[in-house]
Write a protein that binds this ligand. Structure first.
Ligand SMILES: Cc1cc2nc3c(=O)[nH]c(=O)nc-3n(C[C@H](O)[C@H](O)[C@H](O)COP(=O)(O)OP(=O)(O)OC[C@H]3O[C@@H](n4cnc5c(N)ncnc54)[C@H](O)[C@@H]3O)c2cc1C
Ligand code: FES
Ligand code: FES
Length: 488
């Protein structure tokens, strides 16, 4: 096959050819759907945002906004997509602006309009989030009344955290977001949520000697990985898409693993929790619903909603970036990695998983199937991401704590660090400096000195080595101050 069949706004566009690395954004634009724009091609601006029908958390289908610049068109074979062009045409009346478009228009949410189709799609996905507002109801008459990050209509402004606008200013956009009501009972996209999304389709797109394959089962994926050395397995493509677009990476064989059922389970057992490697961070966040407080702290600080709708834990560990945010948190949780190959599965302690800069014990023929987190969880946890911006930024340093404190002393301590060595690491010496000691200012001061000297931080354009070390120590003091504040 040379072209994927993708339903866009209710029709299958007649594209002539799409190679394994053609992005869905290019696919759209080559088909004349030029509403979605390319601003950055690396997931930073959201001008390319679209909605895809995905398995729902509370209903059979969720409309999920993703960056079309990062996802290969082939990865969406057989799927159902809605773009800004489709939203009006697919609204309840069929001929008018979609309610989200209407609010953006009347509240001055668009000037040059370059970012607008992307904002519209991210906003529409939040508009259709099943647990956003209880029932069908009118818009709040005074959206300005809410200056916070959630509107009176339940709209979470973080749904727009991956969308940038350089000329309107964000207040009119926020006003529009806080003014939308609930979808009407006859809204076709609201009704569409009651049926299952399209199932993944076994796909083979080949062009110029390169192949994109979507296998149907995990054993098939593992056989392909074994038989094609150098093949790249892709899940959400939030890292891979940047490699393709910005670093011109190409692979002879790309294997899509994001819809494999074995990689999409979330299981809670009596002594552990298992999270499938291909669940998106948004799915994990919504399905766990606060059950793992440390993960609840991680998610809002990890990229943007658009990225989290695609990004997976398997991909975060698979990339192996020393400044990735998932690893320090999983280290603090004492997680292990379940690695599958064509012959079986093995469990590896995450603390021993990375062997060097972007290197791990995972063989090329193995996939991460899941991460396992032991239960019960430590009661005192925190994730401190030190970055230049509050949201949607890369960590200069990341510190995750998980402590057991009983009768005033530290009974167990796990501390995961990112950004201070070639891999994320456990702060073993600091853990030892805390263990068995009273949870007091004196212990914390002494342990903070030890923490400052963990790892081998470097100076780069994000932060100096001295700053990184200082932040480590301050991070422990901040945790202590917080626990004292909570007690008093
Ligand atoms: C704008 C932007 C912001 C970002 N912000 C953050 C951030 O704040 N914090 C952060 O940590 N990261 C961030 N990232 C990086 C990225 O989103 C994460 O690393 C994400 O978790 C990758 O998951 P994915 O499913 O998209 O991986 P993919 O891009 O699909 O794959 C990445 C790599 O992992 C491998 N891989 C994927 N799944 C598996 C598996 N199951 N087994 C083995 N190997 C696998 C692939 O072969 C590939 O080499 C950001 C990226 C972008 C574009
Ligand atoms: S073009 Fe900027 S996020 Fe896709
Ligand atoms: S309206 Fe011009 S960039 Fe947003």
């Amino acid at each position: 096959m040379v072209a994927p069949r993708i339903t866009v706004n209710g029709k299958v566009p007649p594209i002539s050819a799409a190679g394994p690395h053609m992005t869905f954004l290019d696919f759209l634009r080559e088909n004349g759907l030029t509403g979605s724009k390319e601003g950055c091609a690396e997931g930073e601006c959201g001008a390319c945002s679209i909605m895809v029908a995905r398995p729902g958390v509370h209903r059979p289908t969720d409309w999920v906004a993703i960056n079309s610049c990062l996802v290969p068109a082939a990865a969406l074979d057989g799927q159902e997509i809605v773009t800004a062009e489709g939203l009006g045409a697919m609204s309840a009346a069929g001929t008018e602006l979609h309610p989200v478009q209407q609010e953006m228009a009347v509240r001055g949410g668009s000037q040059c309009g370059y970012c607008t189709p992307g904002f519209i799609c991210s906003m529409a996905a939040e508009y259709y989030r099943p647990d956003r507002c209880g029932g069908v109801g009118p818009a709040d008459p005074e959206p300005e009344a809410s200056a916070g990050e959630h509107g009176p209509n339940g709209f979470d402004l973080h749904a727009l955290s991956g969308n940038l606008c350089r000329c309107t200013g964000y207040r009119p956009i926020r006003d529009a977001a806080f003014a939308v009501g609930a979808p009407s009972g006859s809204d076709p996209l609201a009704r569409r949520r009651e049926q299952a999304p399209p199932a993944p389709v076994a796909t083979e797109v080949a062009r110029e000697g390169r192949i994109f394959r979507r296998p149907e089962t995990l054993p098939e994926a593992l056989r392909l990985l074994r038989d094609h050395p150098g093949a790249v397995a892709v899940a959400g493509c939030t890292d891979w898409g940047v490699e393709v677009n910005i670093r011109a990476q190409r692979a002879d064989y790309v294997i899509a693993i994001d819809r494999l059922p074995e990689l999409r389970e979330l299981r809670v057992e009596s002594d552990h929790l298992e999270i499938g490697a291909a669940l998106s961070l948004t799915e994990i966040e919504r399905r766990l619903d606060g059950r793992v407080p440390l993960l609840s702290e991680l998610f809002p600080q990890f990229a943007s909603r658009l990225i989290r709708n695609g990004a997976t834990l398997g991909g975060n560990l698979g990339t192996g970036s020393p400044i990735g945010d998932g690893t320090p948190v999983l280290l603090a949780l004492g997680a292990s990695v379940l690695l599958a190959d064509a012959d079986g599965e093995r469990e590896v302690d995450l603390a021993g998983y990375f062997t060097g800069y972007r290197r791990s014990v995972r063989r090329p023929d193995e996939l991460i199937r899941a991460v396992r987190i032991p239960l019960p969880l430590s009661p005192v946890t925190a994730f401190h991401k030190i970055a230049k911006r509050r949201f949607d930024d890369i960590s200069s340093v990341a510190v995750a704590f998980a402590l057991d404190i009983a009768d005033g002393s530290v009974r167990a301590a796990r501390i995961g660090l990112g950004g201070v060595a070639a891999t994320a690491i456990r702060a073993r010496e600091t853990e030892a400096a805390l263990l068995g000691r009273p949870w007091s200012a004196a212990t914390v001061d002494a342990a903070a000195q030890v923490l400052r000297s963990e790892g081998t931080p470097l100076t780069d354009h994000r932060a100096s080595a001295e700053y990184r070390s200082a932040m480590l120590g301050e991070s422990l003091r901040k945790l202590y101050a917080h626990t004292i504040e909570v007690q008093s």
